[in-house]
Design a protein around this ligand. Structure first.
Ligand code: HEM
Length: 625
């Protein structure tokens, strides 16, 4: 074997090892799995044999920097891939992805890059995310389910964004779903045709025809879209036509949809899963005043779960990298799946820890989940805009939890292939990131309704603070009556109640919570029983903090439960009001005070618990018309 060009270590590339590699790659392992197998045996950079050619496989971050972004990076702008396979896929010297015709690729790259300058991308991303949030809320109300197939929901959002930004169109939900389903199938076809040499296709006749059909299906759908397009409506379309790329329009649009949808969706899917597991980080993200933390959270999640686990290249000419001679047409497979989880480059690499990028900003560059250098991801800017917007909007609205939290995300089943495909698509539980507050006169059913909602929706309960305080101070209903005749003592009692209330509300800042009464009850009580001093409550920072919260109607939904005569029937447990007029007037005082403090509220004036629950749910999942 001495005549063989073998600049890197690895197994002797004799007939037997080549045959083993051939069988592994085409019958048993995906490329990332194959790479892992040989790197585990021989080290971070290994010479192997893929489809009759010497191939360097590597997860060495320094070598990767040299190849992708070093002085010879222009020598690595071609990709491995057999021409027959590329023709089947429609990629052969066509559009941008895997286009090995350098001048055509350069032109396409400029056209795709125009996407990044789209000044409305972030507004469109907000709009499309809000639309999907609306759909989730409608489904929650209609079907009474508080779960979401989150990956599919994100796929709808990312598809809608790219269709609007690049093609200026919108599709209805069914058509979008059809297109979304075409994408993973095209990726499977890509993997089949790109890496399997033509002579072995007949060994897989079923797969061959299935993949051909997938490609056709996707292309037909793109053609349908083209028939409704105005070719002048976006920069992307105008540029394609202006540069006489009319023949490439189908493939260019197909690749735009292909490259932009699942990449962002799968990356975000894992980010959300990782955040369900790391609640502190999720809360920190909601507290951040700018989007710099959001950005490192995303960088960290795409490091850990790179949606494109491998980068594949071929050298154009002979050159030197890190002092090693690399011959023209040498294949290179970079395993981001290995590199990004490598102890040598990242401390505690399996830990989801965005802080690593705050403490050491330069280490972001090592992980290259969007590639690096001349052929890096052309959509990386818009991808970040999309991911930041979608994540923030979704988290602002919902709290997501996994159904089965026992299995860590890092161990989640995923298919490391030419792109990463989740095997188990987790359906997440969702709760609105809101607080519902029940106030009103005594004995109107606040606690019963609060408990009923807790049992159905599983929120955090903040039960009546005043009652707990009474217990702590050994006060009962009779001593309370005496206390009410002493305005100073009542005032003191209400002051303490508000302080505790405010503290409890601080604790549930990011949660879905049910509040049985709030600081407002103390204000109304003080108005009634310590007429002279009650306004002093408004000098307390805690009171103002609480009132300010209750004014945020996207966070706090206030329900005033009105007295119903039927509630006056004694059940032998509750103390019931003895004076009906007083009872009603107490409820009216709540209304007046709510108005005085400019706090919006909903009125519950039915008795039936299910009807009450439905009023609350409608308000919780209120959506735009
Ligand atoms: C989190 C989201 C994304 C990730 C992780 C990602 C990752 C990547 C990676 C690793 C590459 C290969 C780079 C290489 O070969 O060195 C790539 C290429 C590409 N990406 Fe992305 N990408 C994302 C989003 C997008 C979006 C939103 C678009 C929208 C247009 C896009 C369009 C492309 C295109 C067209 C290429 C081929 C570039 C070329 O061949 O010159 N990507 N991406």
């Amino acid at each position: 074997q001495s005549h063989l060009y073998q600049p890197f270590c690895g197994p002797p590339l004799n007939i037997l090892t080549r045959l083993i590699m051939f069988i592994q790659l085409h019958f048993f392992l995906t490329v990332p799995e194959f790479t892992e197998f040989w790197c585990r045996l021989y080290g971070d950079t290994v010479g192997v044999w893929i489809n009759g050619e010497y191939t360097i496989i590597t997860c060495d971050a320094e070598l990767v920097q040299q190849i992708l972004g070093g002085i010879n990076s222009k020598n690595f702008i071609m990709c491995i891939g057999n021409d027959h396979g590329l023709k089947e896929l429609g990629m052969y010297q066509n559009a941008i992805v895997w286009n090995n015709d350098v001048s055509k690729w350069t032109l396409q790259k400029h056209i795709f890059q125009a996407l990044n300058a789209h000044h409305k991308a972030s507004m469109i991303a907000i709009e499309k995310t809000r639309q999907e949030i609306n759909r989730i809320k409608i489904s929650a109300l209609k079907n009474n389910v508080l779960t979401v197939d989150i990956l599919n929901a994100i796929r709808h959002i990312t598809l809608a964004i790219i269709l609007e930004v690049s093609l200026g169109i919108q599709l209805d939900s069914n058509k979008s779903q059809y297109l979304i389903d075409c994408i993973p199938d095209y990726f499977k076809a890509w993997k089949f045709f790109l890496l399997k040499p033509r002579f072995i296709w007949p060994l897989f006749p079923l797969q061959f025809f299935h993949h051909r059909r997938s490609i056709l299906k996707f292309r037909e759908e793109i053609q349908n879209i083209i028939s409704i397009l105005d070719p002048q409506s976006t920069i992307f379309l105008r540029q394609l036509h202006k540069n006489n790329l009319t023949d490439e329009v189908i493939q260019s649009i197909l690749e735009m949809v292909l490259a932009s949808t699942d990449t962002v969706s799968v990356s975000l899917y894992y980010t959300i899963l990782l955040l369900t597991e790391n609640k502190k980080i999720a809360n920190q993200l909601m507290d951040s005043s700018d989007d710099s933390f959001l950005e490192v959270v995303l960088q960290e999640s795409i490091r850990l779960m790179p949606v494109e686990p491998i980068i594949i290249r071929k050298s154009l000419d002979d050159c030197e990298i890190s002092g090693i001679h690399i011959k023209a047409r040498t294949n290179i497979v970079i395993s981001l799946a290995l590199l990004n989880r490598h102890q040598k480059w990242f401390e505690n690499p399996l830990k989801f820890d965005p802080q690593r990028f705050i403490q050491n900003e330069s280490s972001i560059a090592l992980s290259v989940p969007m590639g690096h250098g001349p052929i890096s991801c052309v959509g990386q800017h818009i991808a970040m805009v999309e991911m930041k917007t979608i994540l923030f909007e979704l988290f602002k609205e919902f709290i997501f939890t996994r159904m089965d939290e026992t299995r860590p995300i890092i161990d989640t089943k995923t298919r490391w292939d030419i792109v990463q495909r989740p095997i188990i698509k987790e359906v997440l539980n969702l709760l609105p990131r809101k607080k519902i507050v029940f106030i009103g006169a005594q004995s109107v059913g606040k606690t019963t309704l609060a408990n009923f909602i807790k049992s159905h929706m599983n929120g955090i309960m903040i039960s009546e603070i005043a009652r707990n305080l009474m217990e702590e101070l050994n006060l009962n209903t009779n001593t309370m009556k005496t206390l009410r005749n002493d305005p100073d003592k009542t005032f003191e009692f209400q002051t303490t109640t508000i302080k505790i209330q405010c503290e409890k509300e601080d604790e549930i800042e990011h949660e879905f919570a049910i509040l049985d009464r709030c600081a407002f009850d103390s204000i109304v009580c003080a108005q009634k029983f310590c007429k002279k001093r009650w306004r002093e409550l408004l000098d307390m920072k805690e009171t103002n903090k609480c009132l300010e919260r209750y004014r945020q109607k996207d966070r706090y939904i206030i329900f005033l439960i009105e007295p119903q005569k039927e509630c006056l029937e004694a059940d032998g447990i509750r103390s019931i009001p003895t004076n009906y007029e007083e009872w009603i007037s107490f409820s009216d005082s709540f209304k007046m005070a709510l108005k005085e403090f400019n706090i919006e509220f909903n009125v519950i004036n039915v008795l039936d618990i299910n009807q009450r629950y439905s009023i609350v749910k409608n308000a919780l999942f209120a959506h735009d018309a």
